[in-house]
Design a protein around this ligand. Structure first.
Ligand SMILES: Cc1cc2nc3c(=O)[nH]c(=O)nc-3n(C[C@H](O)[C@H](O)[C@H](O)COP(=O)(O)OP(=O)(O)OC[C@H]3O[C@@H](n4cnc5c(N)ncnc54)[C@H](O)[C@@H]3O)c2cc1C
Length: 344
């Protein structure tokens, strides 16, 4: 049977390789790590989760939850990995990111019909079918090859990832466990702020030194992943109505609702790491340490990852692809995953 070449061993590429191989089709999977890393990927593992460790809701009462139920029935590798490595997160399906990608890597590498080649692909291969699943951080050489082949400028926008704190450095005499309105148990760590602390924090975020954008690119942000400093610039109260909203939370020390809250969510099964929810940022690393230590409960926080900003690349899928996600102009070249412009 004709083999399929897949470029990119992230979530989409790994899932596609697994589904094809399970149906008896041989696959060659190219992954550039660990020889070459994107600005955000850090481990050699396949299926590495870079941004949030949450795959969002797992309830059958909404679209994203239903999608997961369908994927489970279809034998999805990614959802099986998530189920096997989940961590508490209320009604959401959140995972231990290292265990999650280790689980996927082990299954892909052990599959008799999948050959994994650890090399960056810099040209679109002549072989058909080829599936390009190189994600929002497609390497510059391949991005250029795609642009040259499709004859359109690749689209992009800016996206940011949130910092991760070491759990044992959180002061639990101040921070408290709770979910908003008690939904889904006490899965979040909450750092409460009074108004004075909140105002000082917003002013520090506004004044803090940021990583400057490249001069030749306009900064376009995706709304669901907007950096906190961009929100802080929009108005003093914007953060208190956004990621720092205190609704549904009572501080057990005061018996009252705080003025604002910074929430942290467990990031690994062992509960040693916590990411600051919604705190994507392009503040410089030293500034993140200084400013985030103003948050009550995080005065001595140690950060195992700082927030950062990335350029996301995606193609103009509605124009370039047919309903089977192959290039209209060059059938046999398929695209999958976030490079098609879908949300992860
Ligand atoms: C910048 C960024 C934005 C994100 N935004 C979202 C979001 O909006 N929503 C959400 O739910 N999640 C988001 N995530 C989190 C999650 O990590 C992604 O949704 C998910 O990983 C996308 O899956 P993918 O398979 O399309 O791409 P990826 O998981 O990124 O996989 C692509 C793989 O291709 C490899 N690769 C790239 N170029 C080449 C090449 N030339 N040759 C060989 N290999 C190559 C990379 O090393 C990588 O392993 C984001 C992650 C990042 C880094």
């Amino acid at each position: 049977m004709k083999r399929v070449r897949i470029i990119g061993g992230g979530l989409a590429g790994s899932e596609a390789a697994w589904q094809l191989a399970q149906r008896g089709i041989p696959v060659v999977l190219h992954e550039m790590k660990p020889k070459t890393f994107s600005p955000a990927h850090k481990t050699p593992a396949l299926g590495e989760l870079v941004c949030s460790n949450s795959l969002r809701s797992d309830a059958l009462t909404n679209g994203v939850g239903l999608l997961k139920a369908e994927l489970r029935r279809l034998g999805s590798l990614v959802i099986a990995a998530a189920d096997a490595t989940r961590v508490p997160a209320g009604g959401a399906l959140a995972v231990d990111r290292e265990a999650f990608s280790a689980w996927i890597t082990q299954r892909i590498e052990a599959h008799p019909r999948i050959e994994v080649i650890r090399e960056e692909v810099v040209e679109i291969p002549e072989e058909r079918p080829t599936l390009i699943a190189t994600g929002p951080l497609t390497s510059p050489a391949l991005s250029e090859a795609i642009r040259a082949r499709t004859g359109q400028d690749a689209c992009y926008f800016y996206d940011a990832i949130a910092p991760i704190v070491e759990g044992e450095t959180i002061d639990f005499s101040v921070a408290f466990w709770a979910s908003r309105y008690g939904k889904g148990g006490d899965d979040y760590v909450n750092c409460p702020m009074d108004r004075e602390t909140y105002v000082a924090f917003v002013e520090a975020v506004r004044a803090g030194e940021k990583v400057p954008p490249h001069t030749f690119e306009e900064e376009k942000f995706f709304h669901g992943c907007m950096p906190i400093e961009v929100m802080a610039e929009r108005g003093l109260e914007t953060l208190a109505h956004g990621p720092m909203k205190p609704v549904g939370l009572i501080d057990p020390r005061t018996g009252k609702r705080p003025y604002a809250v910074v929430q942290l969510r467990q990031d690994d099964v062992a509960a040693t790491l916590f990411n600051i929810v919604g705190f994507q940022t392009k503040l410089k690393w030293g500034e993140q340490k200084r400013i985030f230590r103003m948050i009550p409960g995080l005065e001595r926080a140690e950060f195992c990852r700082f927030g950062s900003l990335h350029r996301n690349t995606f193609i103009n899928a509605p124009r370039l692809l047919d309903p089977w996600l192959q290039l209209r102009s060059d059938p046999g070249i398929f695209f999958a995953g976030q490079i098609t412009g879908v949300e992860g």
